[in-house]
Design a binder for this molecule. Structure first.
Ligand SMILES: [Zn+2]
Length: 569
């Protein structure tokens, strides 16, 4: 490729709405252009990077035994209603209606398509296992798209689905995919961790997230300094505090607490620590009134509640809900809940006593509230959000919280989707069985952004050679010198002949502009052919990662370039 013909105009200015390095640099380096909020056109350079990532993924998927298919983007809404995800996805699902009034969605994931597909064609246990994958654009109607490719409304993904006879088979398929994912992210040059995760709106049991470590990442994970625990903060379970042991139960007493509508104000007024307050958060779960109880110094992890009720949609009470159920917002206590309310409590509540909580009257609280005597708990579960310094569930050491970008997510779905979609096969004994399914996603456009987040400096992007748009740029520093032009063309031709993915910067631009563009776009190896060097029989080589420069003789330039490329990360 010749830069003089390449559809790529780099930008000197930082685009106004770009907040994170990957967004800024992918725009400036002419990899992508915005069309509307959260939707981008991939330019030739950007598409080349995506194709390289796709190539790595395809190789590893094929090697793992998965087979590529391509499913439609426009999907019928019925199957989404059958699995409950039409509701569960809510506003995030792109919905449309055709001219006949049929409801459809733009696919964010494809369990609803692939399960009936496999059930239709593979009807016997003899056909199993099978894993299918596709590389496809996906859609989410994000409320606030931002960060360029990191939170777009359209994104390129690889999604795979495994089908097994039984759970044992599912574990094997899952393991094969997990291994393949590790190899994919290694080959893409991503510094990543694998963590236990929350299944979110996909549902199911065992699942792992592959997180690219990045300071701008919105996905938080918990890491134990002793190295025995890694988890997404939404899935993480802090070790519950030690039970306080035998204490004398106080009587439950009503206290006047004027204006103390928050835990902080209440703690101050009563001179008791926030950890002794009982925080009660009210939720509506598809019409069920649910109360979540956590200690006053903790937050409710809503992802855990969502999982508890999945696929039923859970939402916090609004002001009107409090009134409807005879509760006083800010002063609700568990002893005053309506009879039908489902009371969930974090494990920490089981170990405490003499709680301070709302008295169900404005400006009133009670002290000495105790489980079993003053109020009941229907279910103890993990409800608190983990925070930095919480004890590790394995060893008790204080955990750290780090930022990352989720680039892959894999799930053991079990029969979560095969059941509502009635996706079955005939087992050896003649009985009809549900498929044990797994699903496996990788964000390709996300990987591209994550690689830039991890690999950039003041000058621009530093691509690992495995995903760089071109591995080598031959930069013709001056077009005024016939000999330099001739040598640059010769080296370019020789590298092409040797199978190198090379670009020749033959534009009518100043050398400084070409050098700046080469660093901005981030070619791993640069070969500079200039008048002075050629006069002395040499070219300059530069490794983008370190900025290290060296010289090579003109007649051995291609060989030296290949050696440098081999050494490049
Ligand atoms: Zn630990």
């Amino acid at each position: 490729m010749r830069a003089s013909q390449l559809f790529a105009r780099t930008l000197r200015e930082v685009p106004a709405d770009a907040e994170v390095p990957s967004h800024v640099l992918l725009l400036r380096g002419a990899f992508i252009r915005p069309l509307m909020s959260g939707v981008f056109t991939a330019l030739p350079l950007g598409l080349r990077v995506m194709r390289r990532i796709e190539g790595i993924i395809r190789e590893e998927m094929d090697a793992s035994g998965a087979q590529e298919i391509r499913m439609p983007i426009v999907l019928p809404a019925e199957s989404w209603k059958a699995t409950g995800r039409y509701e569960a996805y809510g506003e995030t699902l792109f919905k449309l209606t055709d001219r006949h009034g049929r409801e459809m969605v733009l696919g964010p994931t494809h369990e609803e398509v692939v399960a009936p597909l496999v059930a239709g064609d593979f009807t016997s246990y003899r056909d199993l296992p099978v894993t299918l994958y596709q590389i496809e654009w996906k859609y989410r109607d994000e409320f606030r798209p931002r960060f360029g490719l990191l939170r777009g409304r359209e994104f390129l993904m690889k999604d795979a689905y495994s089908f097994d006879r039984d759970e044992e088979g599912l574990h094997v398929s899952y393991g094969a995919m997990k291994d393949a994912y590790g190899r994919i992210f290694d080959r893409c040059g991503l510094d990543h961790v694998v963590v236990e995760a929350d299944p979110g709106t996909i549902g199911g049991g065992i699942n792992h997230e592959f997180m690219a470590v990045a300071g701008v990442g919105e996905d938080l994970y918990v890491v134990c300094p002793k190295g025995d625990y890694l988890a997404d903060t939404e899935a993480a379970m802090p070790r519950p505090p030690e039970p306080i042991g035998d204490v004398e139960l106080e009587p439950m007493v009503d206290v006047h607490t004027p204006g103390a509508a928050t835990i902080e104000l209440l703690a101050e007024q009563l001179g008791r620590p926030a950890s002794q307050m009982l925080k009660l958060v009210m939720f509506d779960a598809g019409g069920t009134v649910a109360a979540a109880l956590v200690p006053g110094d903790r937050e409710v992890n809503e992802a855990k509640l969502e999982r508890r009720f999945f696929p039923t949609v859970v939402r916090r009470f609004e002001d009107a809900d409090f009134a409807t159920h005879g509760l006083v917002k800010g002063y609700a206590g568990p002893h005053g809940l309506p009879k039908e309310a489902l009371v969930l409590a974090d494990h920490a509540i089981a170990g405490g006593a003499n709680w301070v909580t709302g008295a169900n009257a404005v400006d009133h609280h009670v002290t000495g509230a105790n489980v079993g005597r003053d109020f009941e708990v229907d279910e103890y579960t993990d409800l608190v959000q983990i925070v930095e310094g919480d004890p590790c569930p394995n060893c008790g050491a204080p955990v750290r919280i780090e930022r990352s970008i989720v680039v892959g997510h894999i799930f053991e779905l079990g029969t979560k989707y095969s059941a509502p979609l009635k996706a079955t096969f005939i087992e050896e004994d003649g009985t009809e069985r549900l498929f044990q399914m797994g699903c496996y996603g990788i964000g390709i456009s996300r990987i591209m952004a994550a690689v830039v987040e991890q690999g950039h400096d003041e000058q621009g992007i530093v691509w690992p050679k495995a995903v760089a748009p071109f591995q080598v740029a031959v930069i013709l520093a001056t077009k005024d010198d016939a000999r330099a032009v001739e040598e640059a063309e010769r080296i370019y031709a020789e590298l092409l002949e040797r199978g190198v993915d090379v670009l020749l910067d033959d534009r009518d631009e100043r050398a400084g502009v070409k050098f700046a563009d080469a660093d901005l776009i981030g070619y791993p190896v640069q070969v500079v052919v200039g008048k002075r060097g050629v006069g002395g029989g040499t070219v300059d080589l530069k490794l983008r990662t370190t900025g290290e420069r060296s010289q090579a003789p003109l007649d051995g330039a291609a060989r030296a370039t290949l050696d440098l490329l081999a050494a490049a990360p």
